[in-house]
Ligand binder design. Structure first.
Ligand code: SF4
Ligand code: SF4
Length: 122
């Protein structure tokens, strides 16, 4: 069974994804492609598409709720890595639930993880 995030993508089209500009600076160890971001304030950038309506991160590929994934998964911003899918690690995630509800998707339940290989890899 595939990871639930791969048939979702809702949180990538619901929250403003803001983080320190240094995450786009390779010289400082940053990995996020600067071209996928825009300036928010003197200290922060945002993922393009997450600071305007309709909100959808430029790095999200596919159809929300059907088949979607992050095209920069291995190098995505720290804030994205901090989002936990509900019940993947045995606990509820408010961000995950909010994202899914905003896209008319039911919040995940513990049962959604039964038989899922590679939990945490989406
Ligand atoms: S963390 Fe939750 S809202 Fe985000 S893609 Fe995964 S299942 Fe969907
Ligand atoms: S960078 Fe990837 S994980 Fe983060 S919001 Fe965009 S598509 Fe989602």
């Amino acid at each position: 069974m595939s990871h639930p995030c791969l048939s979702c993508g809702a949180c990538c089209a619901h929250f403003r994804i803001a983080f320190h500009w240094s995450e786009t600076e390779p010289f400082l160890g940053g990995t996020v492609p600067a071209g996928l971001t825009e300036k928010l304030d003197p200290h922060r950038v945002v993922m393009r598409g997450t600071h305007s309506q309709p909100m959808r991160c430029v790095a999200l590929v596919g159809e929300i709720g059907k088949a979607a994934h992050c095209s920069i998964h291995p190098i995505k911003p720290s804030v994205c890595r901090e989002v936990e899918p509900s019940w993947e690690f045995g606990r509820h995630s408010l961000q995950c639930d909010k994202g899914r509800i905003a896209h008319d998707l039911a919040p995940l339940t513990p049962e959604d993880w039964i038989g899922v290989d590679g939990a945490g890899a989406a």
